[in-house]
Design a binder for this molecule. Structure first.
Ligand SMILES: [Mg+2]
Length: 401
């Protein structure tokens, strides 16, 4: 315990000195090197479950009207007093089960372990839960733990997540991820104008209405609003059959759609490949894929052009980076889904980043330092760790026992 406290104090002191000259910088580096190799023993695992109301109901083509979302939070405390935070979210149900999985099945795999050995702990969790897992709720539970482990590692090394993972570019292009299937074209245009005023330079809207003509009118209205140079994405949330999706893609092509997201269920690899080739639009998918193997099939067999892993349900940062590297080897960019405050760091870390989806179900209301947008770009911060600081006072009223 004492060693870690000394290292933290040394880092702060050396960083202060480093502004004064070469000797200070050397001391800083020497302290970083001294920190290497020291164990970081997990002494406690705390979980919390929140049921958070949305500011207004949201609708997509498959999940209906959403009024709440859930956050399951994990706090890992170590023998030196350092704490790491991780979390996952749901669109209204399943949170209690995820929390139970962590408390009943993962905590015992973590207590007493060295938090530096993230790959080892990830593998331990994976195989402990493999028989009932290989995705699903287990992937959500592992995500929350894994994110907390990476937060710890960053804090121990006094580095922001985006730099620890690779440090490619702190600036990431962002788009407004609308959950807006309920809006009529004039309302959609008003929402779009509002997003442009906020600084967005790329827009995504939902499609998947009962009649394709309604979808076409919505896409047409937004394209006319934003002009020809602003990227426009559409998201069907798996609503179409393969034949419907091919017809829709051919209609949407007129409006220069940047990507067509989840046109059908992600499990239909052959169908998805047909939509890509016969529909003629790049396909995005990933929020409903929970293993790297599903991503491999989606890239190699389903021809998705924009993999979009969600760090909160793919098994955390460890697996998100595996998908990013898989995409890299296939010469593909990577985009994201939800929790943009975390994905900002991940996309800033890699060379093959596409757009960052800006949408967290309003979670920014419960974060003290949400990232800000300027002229279509968000910047990852240099705070150690993932940098997300929750407003515990705001959250407390929504905590589930
Ligand atoms: Mg989507």
């Amino acid at each position: 315990m004492g060693e870690c406290v000394i290292i933290r104090a040394g880092l702060a002191q050396a960083r202060e000195q480093s502004s004064g000259g070469d000797s200070g910088a050397s001391a800083y580096m020497a302290t970083i090197m001294a920190a290497k190799g020291s164990e970081l023993i997990i002494q406690s695992v705390e979980t919390k479950h929140y049921h958070l109301p949305l500011t207004h109901p949201m609708t997509d083509a498959s999940h209906g009207v959403m009024t709440h979302f859930e956050v399951v939070l994990v706090k890992l405390e170590t023998d030196c007093g350092l704490a790491g935070y991780g979390y996952t979210y749901t669109i209204g149900c399943g949170g209690a089960a995820i929390r139970s999985l962590i408390e009943l099945n993962l905590v015992s795999a973590l207590l007493g372990a060295d938090a530096n050995c993230i790959e080892q702990l990830w593998d331990r969790m994976w195989w402990r839960m493999h028989y009932i897992g290989r995705g699903g709720l287990v992937a959500f539970a592992m995500s929350a733990v894994d994110i907390a482990l990476w937060d710890l590692r960053c804090k121990r090394l006094d580095l922001p997540l985006w730099k620890l993972l690779g440090g490619y570019s702190r600036e990431v292009r962002a788009y407004a991820g609308g959950i807006d299937l309920q809006l009529e074209p004039d309302e959609l245009v008003e929402q779009t104008r509002c997003n442009l005023r906020k600084g967005f330079r790329a827009i995504k809207i939902k499609v998947g209405r009962a009649r394709l003509s309604e979808d076409v009118e919505r896409v047409r209205a937004v394209r006319q609003c934003i002009g020809s140079d602003t990227p426009l994405m559409v998201d069907a949330n798996m609503r179409y059959s393969v034949e419907q999706a091919i017809s829709a893609a051919r209609k949407f092509r007129e409006f220069d759609v940047y990507w067509f997201e989840e046109p059908t269920i992600p499990d239909d690899y052959k169908g998805m490949a047909r939509i890509a080739t016969e529909g003629g639009l790049p396909i995005a998918a990933g929020e409903n894929l929970h293993t790297v193997y599903e991503f491999r099939h989606s890239i190699e067999d389903a021809m998705i052009a924009f993999p979009e892993p969600d760090v909160s349900n793919i098994g955390g940062i460890t697996n998100w980076m595996r998908v990013a590297n898989l995409a890299y080897t296939h010469n593909l960019p990577v985009t994201s889904h939800g929790v943009h405050e975390l994905h900002l760091h991940l996309l800033a870390a890699i060379p093959n980043a596409s757009f960052l989806e800006v949408h967290s179900f309003g979670l920014e209301r419960f974060i003290k330092n949400p990232p800000t947008l300027r002229d279509g770009v968000m910047e990852a911060s240099d705070a150690p760790g993932h940098g997300v600081q929750f407003d515990w006072e705001q959250l407390r009223q929504y905590e589930k026992s």
